[in-house]
Design a protein around this ligand. Sequence first.
Ligand SMILES: Nc1ncnc2c1ncn2[C@@H]1O[C@H](COP(=O)(O)OP(=O)(O)OP(=O)(O)O)[C@@H](O)[C@H]1O
Ligand SMILES: [Mg+2]
Length: 296
Amino acid sequence: MAGAGEKNVQVADGTRSPAASSADARSVRGEDCPSAGASRPVGGGTGIPALEARDLTLSWDGEHVVVQGVDVTVEPGEVCCLVGRSGCGKTTILHALAGLTMPMSGRVLLHGEDVTGRPGRVSYMLQKDLLLPSHRIIDNVCLPLVLAGMKKAEAREKAAPLFERFGLAGCELKWPSELSGGMRQRAAFLRTYLMGADVTLLDEPFSALDALTRVDVRRWFVDVVAELGLSALVITHDVDEAVSMASRIYVLAGAPAAGEPSHVAGIVPVNRVASESFELTDEYLAAKRRVMALLG
Ligand SMILES: Nc1ncnc2c1ncn2[C@@H]1O[C@H](COP(=O)(O)OP(=O)(O)OP(=O)(O)O)[C@@H](O)[C@H]1O
Ligand SMILES: [Mg+2]
């Protein structure tokens, strides 16, 4: 399985993947794998957002409101970021969007379908990579397939061709402790991808990485999301991370622990200019300034 050959075939959005076979692409989208509940059709052109939070009000205890009246829309193929200070309710929102908790009020729509409180419909990656130290990398990334009932050998066969595109060729049989932080995050994202949904939620996915690795992994992430035809909502408190990755940034403000529920203070569009050093452009700095002003 290590060093699986490059296949260079079509994936769902019509772009070319250097690593995935069409069978793998179908499989990870759930067309022929047991985790099919998570799978949705991919692509834009329908006019229907990939993911919508409509007027979400959330509480952990049914009494203290953490976030109030939050609207978020992620269009097909888009990377959006949700930015806010520590404790403002970002992870709380992710849990509701993933269907892991029920909102006090409001709805979550996936490709127009109401999935409020229904888990297993989007892929998500939690704040820590949570790779199991007792499992080799291939078996870590295969977990969603195995948990969905696929045999281990078959799951390994499905996952192996994706290692190249995720920058992990040759790491299949390594243990998590043998990987760098960036490699671990890519492995965690590959596992998230194998959950089989085309909408993915990531909670502070790169916060544990050093600054240089973070820049590389962010660029890689934006490319791979486009190539695989995914839509993504990335949660972060790092304004630079948001501006460098997103086409739109939702800025969350408030202090729920002090009794002030958070709300979306503004949405900042990012005019992404094609440049190796986008981080040095006026467009980048203008967006960063707007986000900082909204954060207060
Ligand atoms: N499981 C939980 N049970 C009860 N309260 C919780 C739970 N998780 C979070 N909270 C509370 O909800 C509020 C928002 O927490 P949340 O974890 O969503 O913030 P966050 O924006 O993700 O912060 P960070 O950037 O530090 O991860 C906080 O006041 C927190 O104490
Ligand atoms: Mg959090």
